[in-house]
Design a protein around this ligand. Structure first.
Ligand SMILES: Cc1cc2nc3c(=O)[nH]c(=O)nc-3n(C[C@H](O)[C@H](O)[C@H](O)COP(=O)(O)OP(=O)(O)OC[C@H]3O[C@@H](n4cnc5c(N)ncnc54)[C@H](O)[C@@H]3O)c2cc1C
Length: 359
Protein backbone atom coordinates (compact mmCIF):
# COMPACT_ATOMS: atom_id res chain seq x y z
CA UNK A 1 0.00 0.00 0.00
CA UNK A 2 2.93 2.33 0.70
CA UNK A 3 4.35 1.63 -2.78
CA UNK A 4 0.92 2.20 -4.30
CA UNK A 5 0.59 5.52 -2.46
CA UNK A 6 4.05 6.62 -3.61
CA UNK A 7 3.19 5.82 -7.23
CA UNK A 8 -0.18 7.58 -6.92
CA UNK A 9 1.51 10.72 -5.55
CA UNK A 10 4.29 10.73 -8.14
CA UNK A 11 2.31 9.75 -11.24
CA UNK A 12 -1.23 10.98 -10.65
CA UNK A 13 -1.10 13.82 -8.15
CA UNK A 14 2.07 15.88 -8.75
CA UNK A 15 1.58 16.18 -12.56
CA UNK A 16 -2.17 16.87 -12.25
CA UNK A 17 -2.63 19.14 -9.26
CA UNK A 18 -2.13 22.42 -11.16
CA UNK A 19 -4.92 21.40 -13.53
CA UNK A 20 -7.25 20.54 -10.66
CA UNK A 21 -6.49 23.94 -9.14
CA UNK A 22 -7.23 25.81 -12.38
CA UNK A 23 -10.51 23.98 -12.80
CA UNK A 24 -11.30 24.08 -9.04
CA UNK A 25 -12.36 20.46 -9.43
CA UNK A 26 -12.00 17.69 -6.84
CA UNK A 27 -10.40 14.68 -8.59
CA UNK A 28 -13.07 12.11 -7.72
CA UNK A 29 -12.08 9.63 -10.43
CA UNK A 30 -8.38 9.71 -9.47
CA UNK A 31 -9.27 9.24 -5.79
CA UNK A 32 -11.66 6.37 -6.55
CA UNK A 33 -8.99 4.68 -8.68
CA UNK A 34 -6.23 5.14 -6.10
CA UNK A 35 -7.08 2.04 -4.04
CA UNK A 36 -6.40 4.19 -0.94
CA UNK A 37 -9.97 4.86 0.19
CA UNK A 38 -10.50 1.98 2.64
CA UNK A 39 -7.16 1.96 4.45
CA UNK A 40 -8.47 1.19 7.94
CA UNK A 41 -11.62 -0.73 6.92
CA UNK A 42 -11.60 -4.50 7.42
CA UNK A 43 -11.13 -6.72 4.37
CA UNK A 44 -14.71 -8.01 4.84
CA UNK A 45 -15.95 -4.47 4.13
CA UNK A 46 -13.74 -4.12 1.07
CA UNK A 47 -10.92 -2.33 2.88
CA UNK A 48 -7.19 -2.87 3.29
CA UNK A 49 -7.33 -3.50 7.07
CA UNK A 50 -4.10 -1.61 7.73
CA UNK A 51 -2.70 -1.06 11.20
CA UNK A 52 -2.16 2.57 12.21
CA UNK A 53 1.64 2.51 11.63
CA UNK A 54 1.04 0.99 8.18
CA UNK A 55 -1.60 3.61 7.39
CA UNK A 56 0.69 6.45 8.47
CA UNK A 57 3.37 5.26 6.04
CA UNK A 58 0.73 5.66 3.31
CA UNK A 59 -0.08 9.20 4.50
CA UNK A 60 3.59 10.23 4.41
CA UNK A 61 3.69 9.22 0.72
CA UNK A 62 0.44 11.08 0.03
CA UNK A 63 1.90 14.18 1.72
CA UNK A 64 4.65 14.16 -0.91
CA UNK A 65 2.00 14.45 -3.62
CA UNK A 66 -0.29 17.15 -2.22
CA UNK A 67 -1.10 17.82 1.43
CA UNK A 68 -4.64 19.06 0.73
CA UNK A 69 -5.59 15.95 -1.24
CA UNK A 70 -3.90 13.83 1.45
CA UNK A 71 -5.94 15.61 4.13
CA UNK A 72 -9.17 14.90 2.27
CA UNK A 73 -8.20 11.22 2.11
CA UNK A 74 -7.40 11.25 5.82
CA UNK A 75 -10.91 12.52 6.59
CA UNK A 76 -12.56 10.14 4.13
CA UNK A 77 -10.69 7.13 5.55
CA UNK A 78 -11.73 8.04 9.11
CA UNK A 79 -15.38 8.18 8.03
CA UNK A 80 -15.13 4.92 6.07
CA UNK A 81 -13.64 3.11 9.10
CA UNK A 82 -16.29 4.48 11.49
CA UNK A 83 -19.13 3.52 9.14
CA UNK A 84 -17.72 0.01 8.63
CA UNK A 85 -18.01 -0.51 12.41
CA UNK A 86 -21.71 0.47 12.57
CA UNK A 87 -24.17 -2.28 11.68
CA UNK A 88 -26.95 0.02 10.42
CA UNK A 89 -24.79 2.21 8.19
CA UNK A 90 -22.29 -0.45 7.06
CA UNK A 91 -24.78 -2.37 4.96
CA UNK A 92 -25.45 0.56 2.63
CA UNK A 93 -22.26 2.63 2.88
CA UNK A 94 -19.21 0.57 3.93
CA UNK A 95 -18.34 -0.92 0.54
CA UNK A 96 -18.96 2.22 -1.58
CA UNK A 97 -16.85 4.27 0.85
CA UNK A 98 -14.02 1.71 0.99
CA UNK A 99 -14.01 1.56 -2.82
CA UNK A 100 -14.01 5.36 -3.14
CA UNK A 101 -17.28 5.29 -5.11
CA UNK A 102 -18.74 7.38 -2.28
CA UNK A 103 -16.83 10.02 -0.29
CA UNK A 104 -17.09 10.73 3.43
CA UNK A 105 -16.87 14.03 5.34
CA UNK A 106 -16.55 14.84 9.06
CA UNK A 107 -18.27 17.92 10.40
CA UNK A 108 -17.55 19.21 13.89
CA UNK A 109 -16.53 22.89 13.58
CA UNK A 110 -19.19 25.63 13.62
CA UNK A 111 -18.90 29.33 12.73
CA UNK A 112 -18.58 30.28 16.43
CA UNK A 113 -16.91 27.04 17.70
CA UNK A 114 -13.55 25.75 16.44
CA UNK A 115 -10.99 24.77 19.09
CA UNK A 116 -13.73 24.85 21.74
CA UNK A 117 -15.72 21.93 20.34
CA UNK A 118 -18.03 21.73 23.35
CA UNK A 119 -19.51 25.13 22.34
CA UNK A 120 -21.27 23.63 19.28
CA UNK A 121 -25.03 24.19 19.04
CA UNK A 122 -26.10 21.95 16.13
CA UNK A 123 -28.78 19.77 17.68
CA UNK A 124 -30.16 16.30 16.92
CA UNK A 125 -33.59 15.30 18.19
CA UNK A 126 -35.34 11.91 18.08
CA UNK A 127 -37.93 11.54 15.31
CA UNK A 128 -39.76 8.21 15.25
CA UNK A 129 -37.15 5.49 14.68
CA UNK A 130 -34.53 8.00 13.56
CA UNK A 131 -33.24 11.51 14.27
CA UNK A 132 -33.47 15.01 12.78
CA UNK A 133 -30.57 17.41 12.94
CA UNK A 134 -30.54 21.21 12.62
CA UNK A 135 -27.72 23.76 12.75
CA UNK A 136 -24.91 25.35 10.78
CA UNK A 137 -21.47 23.80 10.35
CA UNK A 138 -18.30 25.60 9.22
CA UNK A 139 -15.05 24.50 7.59
CA UNK A 140 -16.78 21.46 6.10
CA UNK A 141 -14.20 19.83 3.82
CA UNK A 142 -15.57 18.18 0.68
CA UNK A 143 -18.59 20.49 1.09
CA UNK A 144 -21.13 19.55 -1.58
CA UNK A 145 -18.80 16.76 -2.76
CA UNK A 146 -18.89 14.08 -0.05
CA UNK A 147 -21.87 11.75 -0.11
CA UNK A 148 -22.09 11.01 3.62
CA UNK A 149 -21.18 13.36 6.47
CA UNK A 150 -20.61 12.40 10.08
CA UNK A 151 -21.96 15.36 12.04
CA UNK A 152 -21.01 15.99 15.67
CA UNK A 153 -23.99 17.53 17.47
CA UNK A 154 -25.73 18.16 20.78
CA UNK A 155 -28.82 16.24 21.88
CA UNK A 156 -30.04 18.76 24.49
CA UNK A 157 -29.73 22.40 25.51
CA UNK A 158 -27.43 21.43 28.42
CA UNK A 159 -23.96 23.03 28.32
CA UNK A 160 -20.89 20.74 28.21
CA UNK A 161 -20.01 17.58 26.32
CA UNK A 162 -22.03 14.83 28.01
CA UNK A 163 -24.91 15.04 25.53
CA UNK A 164 -22.73 15.18 22.41
CA UNK A 165 -23.55 12.56 19.76
CA UNK A 166 -22.47 11.77 16.21
CA UNK A 167 -25.05 11.30 13.46
CA UNK A 168 -24.67 10.40 9.79
CA UNK A 169 -26.30 12.67 7.22
CA UNK A 170 -26.57 12.04 3.48
CA UNK A 171 -25.65 14.94 1.21
CA UNK A 172 -28.80 14.34 -0.83
CA UNK A 173 -31.13 14.38 2.22
CA UNK A 174 -33.84 17.09 2.29
CA UNK A 175 -32.71 20.12 4.32
CA UNK A 176 -28.95 19.87 3.52
CA UNK A 177 -27.37 22.85 1.75
CA UNK A 178 -23.90 24.38 1.32
CA UNK A 179 -24.56 28.13 1.21
CA UNK A 180 -20.90 29.27 1.51
CA UNK A 181 -17.77 27.90 -0.18
CA UNK A 182 -14.60 29.63 1.06
CA UNK A 183 -11.92 31.28 -1.08
CA UNK A 184 -8.55 30.03 0.21
CA UNK A 185 -4.80 30.69 -0.14
CA UNK A 186 -4.50 27.46 -2.16
CA UNK A 187 -6.18 24.08 -2.66
CA UNK A 188 -9.12 25.48 -4.62
CA UNK A 189 -9.80 21.95 -5.86
CA UNK A 190 -10.84 20.96 -2.34
CA UNK A 191 -14.22 22.57 -1.61
CA UNK A 192 -14.46 23.77 1.99
CA UNK A 193 -17.38 25.78 3.31
CA UNK A 194 -20.47 25.95 5.48
CA UNK A 195 -23.21 23.34 5.68
CA UNK A 196 -26.75 24.29 6.66
CA UNK A 197 -28.85 21.54 8.25
CA UNK A 198 -32.59 22.17 8.48
CA UNK A 199 -34.38 19.29 10.22
CA UNK A 200 -32.36 16.77 8.21
CA UNK A 201 -33.15 13.05 8.68
CA UNK A 202 -30.10 11.40 10.27
CA UNK A 203 -28.84 8.03 11.54
CA UNK A 204 -27.32 7.83 15.00
CA UNK A 205 -23.68 6.63 14.89
CA UNK A 206 -22.51 7.37 18.46
CA UNK A 207 -25.16 8.20 21.08
CA UNK A 208 -24.98 10.90 23.76
CA UNK A 209 -22.41 9.87 26.32
CA UNK A 210 -20.21 8.25 23.67
CA UNK A 211 -20.14 10.96 21.00
CA UNK A 212 -17.35 13.10 22.41
CA UNK A 213 -15.13 10.11 23.17
CA UNK A 214 -15.72 8.68 19.67
CA UNK A 215 -14.99 12.06 18.07
CA UNK A 216 -11.77 12.49 20.07
CA UNK A 217 -10.60 8.96 19.17
CA UNK A 218 -11.21 9.69 15.45
CA UNK A 219 -9.47 13.07 15.77
CA UNK A 220 -6.40 11.43 17.36
CA UNK A 221 -6.02 9.19 14.30
CA UNK A 222 -6.58 12.20 12.04
CA UNK A 223 -3.92 14.22 13.92
CA UNK A 224 -1.43 11.41 13.43
CA UNK A 225 -2.34 11.33 9.70
CA UNK A 226 -1.65 15.07 9.52
CA UNK A 227 1.75 14.65 11.23
CA UNK A 228 2.65 11.96 8.67
CA UNK A 229 1.38 14.12 5.78
CA UNK A 230 3.54 16.98 7.10
CA UNK A 231 6.59 14.68 7.08
CA UNK A 232 5.81 13.80 3.44
CA UNK A 233 5.56 17.46 2.45
CA UNK A 234 8.81 18.13 4.35
CA UNK A 235 10.61 15.24 2.57
CA UNK A 236 9.43 16.39 -0.85
CA UNK A 237 10.55 19.98 -0.18
CA UNK A 238 14.00 18.71 0.79
CA UNK A 239 14.25 16.55 -2.35
CA UNK A 240 13.29 19.52 -4.55
CA UNK A 241 15.94 21.72 -2.87
CA UNK A 242 18.70 19.09 -3.04
CA UNK A 243 18.02 18.37 -6.72
CA UNK A 244 17.94 22.06 -7.62
CA UNK A 245 21.04 23.11 -5.65
CA UNK A 246 23.04 20.16 -7.02
CA UNK A 247 22.46 21.53 -10.56
CA UNK A 248 22.48 25.29 -10.10
CA UNK A 249 25.94 26.84 -10.02
CA UNK A 250 27.12 30.11 -8.46
CA UNK A 251 30.69 31.39 -8.29
CA UNK A 252 31.93 28.38 -10.23
CA UNK A 253 30.41 25.49 -8.31
CA UNK A 254 27.07 23.90 -7.47
CA UNK A 255 25.11 25.68 -4.73
CA UNK A 256 24.99 22.40 -2.83
CA UNK A 257 28.77 22.58 -2.33
CA UNK A 258 28.42 25.91 -0.49
CA UNK A 259 28.55 25.26 3.22
CA UNK A 260 25.82 27.80 3.97
CA UNK A 261 23.39 25.89 1.72
CA UNK A 262 24.52 22.51 3.11
CA UNK A 263 24.02 23.67 6.69
CA UNK A 264 20.56 25.04 5.97
CA UNK A 265 19.51 21.78 4.30
CA UNK A 266 21.18 19.70 7.03
CA UNK A 267 18.89 21.33 9.59
CA UNK A 268 15.87 20.60 7.38
CA UNK A 269 17.00 16.95 7.21
CA UNK A 270 17.42 16.65 11.00
CA UNK A 271 13.95 18.06 11.61
CA UNK A 272 12.54 15.61 9.06
CA UNK A 273 14.16 12.71 10.94
CA UNK A 274 12.63 14.02 14.19
CA UNK A 275 9.19 14.34 12.55
CA UNK A 276 9.31 10.78 11.28
CA UNK A 277 10.27 9.43 14.69
CA UNK A 278 7.49 11.39 16.38
CA UNK A 279 4.63 10.41 14.06
CA UNK A 280 5.73 6.76 13.89
CA UNK A 281 5.94 6.55 17.67
CA UNK A 282 2.50 8.18 17.97
CA UNK A 283 1.05 5.73 15.43
CA UNK A 284 2.25 2.81 17.56
CA UNK A 285 0.57 4.29 20.64
CA UNK A 286 -2.82 5.10 19.07
CA UNK A 287 -5.60 3.42 21.02
CA UNK A 288 -3.48 3.14 24.20
CA UNK A 289 -3.55 5.53 27.21
CA UNK A 290 -0.35 7.20 25.90
CA UNK A 291 -1.92 7.73 22.45
CA UNK A 292 -3.37 11.24 22.89
CA UNK A 293 -0.17 12.81 24.26
CA UNK A 294 2.07 11.00 21.74
CA UNK A 295 -0.20 12.26 18.95
CA UNK A 296 -0.21 15.78 20.43
CA UNK A 297 3.62 15.85 20.35
CA UNK A 298 3.60 14.77 16.70
CA UNK A 299 0.79 17.12 15.60
CA UNK A 300 2.45 20.00 17.47
CA UNK A 301 5.89 19.41 15.94
CA UNK A 302 5.56 17.97 12.43
CA UNK A 303 3.59 20.75 10.66
CA UNK A 304 5.78 23.45 12.27
CA UNK A 305 8.92 21.59 11.16
CA UNK A 306 7.47 21.12 7.66
CA UNK A 307 6.79 24.86 7.41
CA UNK A 308 10.32 25.75 8.58
CA UNK A 309 11.68 23.17 6.14
CA UNK A 310 9.63 24.43 3.16
CA UNK A 311 10.71 28.03 3.85
CA UNK A 312 14.41 27.04 4.12
CA UNK A 313 14.19 24.95 0.93
CA UNK A 314 12.49 27.80 -0.91
CA UNK A 315 15.30 30.14 0.17
CA UNK A 316 17.92 27.72 -1.19
CA UNK A 317 16.32 28.18 -4.64
CA UNK A 318 16.66 31.97 -4.50
CA UNK A 319 14.09 33.69 -6.72
CA UNK A 320 13.10 30.37 -8.28
CA UNK A 321 11.70 29.19 -4.96
CA UNK A 322 8.94 31.69 -5.50
CA UNK A 323 7.88 30.39 -8.92
CA UNK A 324 5.00 28.00 -9.27
CA UNK A 325 7.23 25.78 -11.48
CA UNK A 326 8.77 24.59 -8.23
CA UNK A 327 6.13 23.55 -5.70
CA UNK A 328 7.73 25.25 -2.68
CA UNK A 329 5.49 28.33 -2.48
CA UNK A 330 2.50 26.00 -2.57
CA UNK A 331 4.09 23.75 0.07
CA UNK A 332 4.53 26.75 2.39
CA UNK A 333 0.81 27.53 2.12
CA UNK A 334 -0.09 23.86 2.66
CA UNK A 335 2.19 23.55 5.71
CA UNK A 336 0.33 26.54 7.21
CA UNK A 337 -2.92 24.64 6.58
CA UNK A 338 -1.53 21.52 8.30
CA UNK A 339 -0.75 23.59 11.41
CA UNK A 340 -4.49 24.29 11.85
CA UNK A 341 -6.47 21.29 10.56
CA UNK A 342 -7.58 18.78 13.19
CA UNK A 343 -6.49 21.08 16.03
CA UNK A 344 -3.96 23.91 16.24
CA UNK A 345 -0.51 23.73 17.86
CA UNK A 346 -1.91 25.54 20.92
CA UNK A 347 -4.55 22.85 21.40
CA UNK A 348 -1.79 20.21 21.22
CA UNK A 349 0.13 22.17 23.86
CA UNK A 350 -3.02 22.09 26.04
CA UNK A 351 -3.11 18.27 25.74
CA UNK A 352 0.62 18.01 26.55
CA UNK A 353 0.27 20.51 29.42
CA UNK A 354 -2.63 18.56 30.96
CA UNK A 355 -0.60 15.36 30.70
CA UNK A 356 2.35 17.03 32.47
CA UNK A 357 0.00 18.28 35.20
CA UNK A 358 -1.55 14.81 35.62
CA UNK A 359 1.92 13.34 36.23
C1 LIG B 1 -8.11 23.54 5.53
C2 LIG B 1 -9.00 23.26 6.70
C3 LIG B 1 -9.92 22.22 6.63
C4 LIG B 1 -10.77 21.97 7.70
N1 LIG B 1 -11.68 20.95 7.59
C5 LIG B 1 -12.53 20.71 8.61
C6 LIG B 1 -13.53 19.69 8.49
O1 LIG B 1 -13.62 18.99 7.47
N2 LIG B 1 -14.38 19.50 9.52
C7 LIG B 1 -14.33 20.24 10.66
O2 LIG B 1 -15.11 20.00 11.56
N3 LIG B 1 -13.40 21.23 10.80
C8 LIG B 1 -12.50 21.47 9.80
N4 LIG B 1 -11.56 22.48 9.92
C9 LIG B 1 -11.61 23.35 11.09
C10 LIG B 1 -10.45 23.17 12.04
O3 LIG B 1 -10.55 21.97 12.75
C11 LIG B 1 -10.47 24.40 12.95
O4 LIG B 1 -10.13 25.50 12.11
C12 LIG B 1 -9.53 24.29 14.09
O5 LIG B 1 -10.00 23.36 15.03
C13 LIG B 1 -9.32 25.64 14.79
O6 LIG B 1 -10.53 26.29 15.02
P1 LIG B 1 -10.72 27.84 14.58
O7 LIG B 1 -10.17 28.00 13.21
O8 LIG B 1 -12.15 28.19 14.82
O9 LIG B 1 -9.80 28.66 15.54
P2 LIG B 1 -10.15 29.23 17.00
O10 LIG B 1 -10.63 28.14 17.86
O11 LIG B 1 -11.01 30.45 16.84
O12 LIG B 1 -8.70 29.67 17.50
C14 LIG B 1 -8.06 30.88 17.02
C15 LIG B 1 -6.64 30.92 17.61
O13 LIG B 1 -6.72 30.88 19.05
C16 LIG B 1 -5.96 29.79 19.55
N5 LIG B 1 -6.64 29.21 20.73
C17 LIG B 1 -7.92 28.78 20.81
N6 LIG B 1 -8.18 28.29 22.04
C18 LIG B 1 -7.02 28.39 22.74
C19 LIG B 1 -6.61 28.04 24.08
N7 LIG B 1 -7.47 27.49 24.95
N8 LIG B 1 -5.34 28.30 24.45
C20 LIG B 1 -4.46 28.88 23.58
N9 LIG B 1 -4.78 29.23 22.32
C21 LIG B 1 -6.04 28.98 21.89
C22 LIG B 1 -5.90 28.79 18.42
O14 LIG B 1 -4.76 27.96 18.53
C23 LIG B 1 -5.81 29.70 17.19
O15 LIG B 1 -4.46 30.10 17.00
C24 LIG B 1 -10.69 22.76 8.87
C25 LIG B 1 -9.74 23.79 8.94
C26 LIG B 1 -8.91 24.05 7.87
C27 LIG B 1 -7.91 25.17 7.97
Amino acid sequence: MQTRAAAFAREQVIPAVDGWEREARYPRAAVAGSGLTGLFCPAGAGGAGLSYPEGMAVFEELGRGDAALAFSLSMHNAVAAAVAGHAGLAERWARPLAAGEALGGFSLTEPHAGSDATAITTIAEPDGDGWRVSGRKAWVSLAGEADLFLVVCKTSEEPGHRDIAIVAVERSAPGVSFPVIYRKACADFLPIGEMELDEVPATLLAPAGQGMRAALAAIDVARCDIAAIAAGLHAEALDVAVAYTAERTAFGRPLLELQAIQFALADVATELEASRLLYRRAAERLGTPEGPVAVAHAKRFCPDAALRGAVACSEALGAYGWLLDHPLARMIALAKMLQVVDGTAEIQRLVIGRWLASR
